[in-house]
Ligand binder design. Structure first.
Ligand SMILES: NC(=O)c1ccc[n+]([C@@H]2O[C@H](COP(=O)([O-])OP(=O)(O)OC[C@H]3O[C@@H](n4cnc5c(N)ncnc54)[C@H](O)[C@@H]3O)[C@@H](O)[C@H]2O)c1
Length: 386
């Protein structure tokens, strides 16, 4: 094979976005040949462009028309369609979250292990933003010393009621498996795990439908503790205007702050733990240097991830984000809500069955009547780069 015949399943906001740059030839050695959406109408513009179209995802996967698919449907279908693709030997790039909850992610990952030659990627394009890559480099190069604390206020995800009523699956236990944590701030939870690793325990506080007529959480605060004593506070919301996106990481050798397109590193001339032991003054501090770190923006990060997916299929290139890494953000999203619902700190790893049972119970008890209104045609891509 010297060219990948690619398909997209799910032609909503992000599916159409993927289709647009693919049809524009932004990914080499790859051709978008077919698309699928449960709503036939969504496929019509692509039929008009000469692409093959389908309305049943599993039939599409088995059709022999595609070598690889992007799964861009609502969350629960990520697992079923992902597994169907893996079983059919069709390479699969699953949109975030890779599944609606941790137990489903485990099922998807277990299936992928049975098909090591089938490429399984996760769309976590935020990791390719230079701002986060530079922070990662500071951490990996020990510029921050021993990590002590991470604070992330990630509340610039405002969504109106019109957004929530644009699709029936949104903000429901049965359709989405959660709210702001599993959807909007999942990229940040992925980045948090990528930068800081996984905590050993989490205490979450989640408010369900605080700002909107929804049954899932739209406002969360989590306190996380790590095995080495480091801690993190993570806050997210879809109900605040103006929102904040401020990430602050403190280590013994300094602090890095990312806010409003500005990345600042305050470097301690002497590490705080060393100063603590050697200083002869009670109140003094070592010299601190403030350094502004320049960064640009990733160039079409989604297209770059699909290029990497194609290179993995054709050349065996390592994936930027192997699909199985997607379980970490799901575990964080799930544990925040689970901890809040049971009212106690939860040790990790989260018991995935306990959360799945709770989620099913919430879905069964659901009384929310959702009226779906015509989806707004706003440019949602402006929220890609956070
Ligand atoms: N990586 C990113 O930057 C990014 C951005 C937005 C959304 N997403 C993710 O992409 C997914 C889709 O989000 P969206 O905003 O595009 O949703 P959406 O509601 O706009 O679109 C979903 C589409 O899937 C179709 N669909 C539903 N079930 C299907 C099935 N079984 N088979 C085929 N088609 C089906 C629907 O008809 C709809 O057209 C979500 O998981 C979301 O979290 C990722």
């Amino acid at each position: 094979m010297n060219k990948v015949r690619l398909g997209i399943i799910g032609l909503g906001n992000i599916g159409r976005y993927h289709a647009a740059y693919l049809l524009d030839g932004k990914v080499d050695r790859c051709e978008l040949v077919a698309v699928c959406d449960a709503f036939e109408k969504a496929t019509e513009p692509y039929q008009a462009k000469g692409l093959k179209t389908f309305t049943d995802g599993e039939e599409f996967i088995k059709s022999g028309e595609v070598d690889a698919v992007i799964v861009a449907t609502p969350h629960f279908q990520h697992t079923t369609l992902g597994i169907a693709a893996l079983q059919a030997g069709v390479h699969v790039m699953v949109e975030k979250p890779i599944s609606a909850h941790k137990a489903d992610a485990e099922r998807l990952i277990a299936e992928s292990k049975k098909h090591p030659k089938v490429v399984f990627g996760g769309m976590f394009q935020m990791r390719s933003e230079p701002r986060y890559q530079k922070i990662k480099k500071l951490i990996d190069n020990n510029e921050l010393g021993t990590l002590l604390r991470l604070n992330w206020i990630d509340t610039d995800w405002f969504r109106s009621d019109a957004y929530y009523s644009s699709s029936a699956w949104r903000a429901t236990w049965k359709g989405e498996g959660g709210g702001v944590t599993i959807n909007q701030c999942l990229h940040q939870l992925d980045t948090l795990a990528w930068l800081f690793g996984m905590p050993k325990s989490v205490r979450g506080f989640a408010q369900l439908g605080r700002f909107h007529n929804i049954e899932v959480e739209d406002n969360v605060t989590a306190y996380m503790e790590y095995a080495d004593g480091a801690s993190a506070i993570f806050i997210s919301s879809t109900g605040e205007i103006p929102g904040t996106n401020r990430l602050e990481i403190t280590g013994t050798r300094g602090r890095v702050v990312l806010e409003k397109d500005k990345l600042t590193f305050i470097r301690n001339e002497v590490a705080s733990d060393e100063w603590n032991k050697t200083s002869t003054t009670g109140f003094g501090q070592p010299d601190q240097w403030t350094i502004d770190i320049p960064f640009g923006n990733a160039d079409m990060p989604h297209a770059a991830y699909i290029q990497n997916f194609v290179d993995a299929i054709l050349d065996g290139a390592p994936l930027k984000v192997p699909g199985e890494e997607g379980i970490r953000s799901i575990e964080l999203a799930n544990v925040i809500i689970y901890s809040s619902l049971v009212g106690q700190t939860v040790e990790l790893p989260l018991d995935s069955k306990a959360w799945e049972d709770k989620l099913n119970e919430l879905g069964e008890k659901s009384t929310l009547e959702k009226k779906v209104v015509e989806a707004t045609k706003e440019d949602f891509t402006k929220s890609f780069r956070r």
